[in-house]
Write a protein of this length. Structure first.
Length: 189
């Protein structure tokens, strides 16, 4: 049987993997925006990064769902299913968990609307799809400010998990700046 500490650690690792999946997904999405072609440009290989973009999105959603579900198996955390779906009154860190739920629901909206992109039309689908930036911001906020031990102690920003999240934030910030610069250049021409 898993101990409570192991259950919390497992939930934290799944959450960190979700952060990595979102970062990879957004990196691949940015490559699509820049019309990167791995056949014409380095590494000069046939590589379907559109498929990897889709798979990383599905993985991010699956991991974001699994992350809080694992907490149901931790007896000391006292989370109920209602606390996972509507964490406003969760037993520990309700604000941080509510922001995490917003991230999960945002990721779900992006994935579901991707299935409906032809029916929605390109313009409406694109506006839904770019809401991933809001979902990622909520995910990063939740990851940075949540105490992994659920003890309501202040976060240690030099913890390995927090440093990983901080590096993912830096990658996304650079990608967002490049994306903005690319859009500004395209609007001038």
């Amino acid at each position: 049987m898993l101990t409570d500490t192991t259950v919390l650690d497992l939930s934290a690792y799944v959450g960190l993997t979700a952060v990595g999946a979102i970062t990879l997904n957004m990196l691949l999405g940015t490559l699509m925006i820049f019309r990167y072609s791995p056949v014409r440009q380095w590494p000069h290989r046939r590589f379907n990064y559109f498929r990897l973009h889709n798979l990383s999105g599905y993985a991010a959603l699956s991991l974001a769902v699994l992350h809080p579900v694992i907490l149901l198996f931790d007896e000391s955390a006292k989370f109920r299913l209602l606390d996972l779906l509507y964490p406003v009154h969760s037993p520990s860190q309700p604000l941080e968990n509510t922001i995490g739920a917003i991230a999960l629901y945002g990721i779900a909206i992006v994935v579901v609307t991707s299935y409906l992109r032809i029916r929605l039309g390109r313009r409406l689908w694109k506006s839904f799809h770019f809401s991933i930036y809001v979902a990622a911001a909520a995910l990063f906020w939740h990851s940075l400010f949540t105490d992994p031990a659920l003890k309501n102690s202040p976060p240690d920003y030099f913890d390995g998990g927090k440093l990983f999240v901080e590096s993912c934030i830096a990658i996304i910030a650079i990608l967002a700046a490049l994306r903005y610069r690319h859009a500004a250049k395209r609007s001038q021409t």
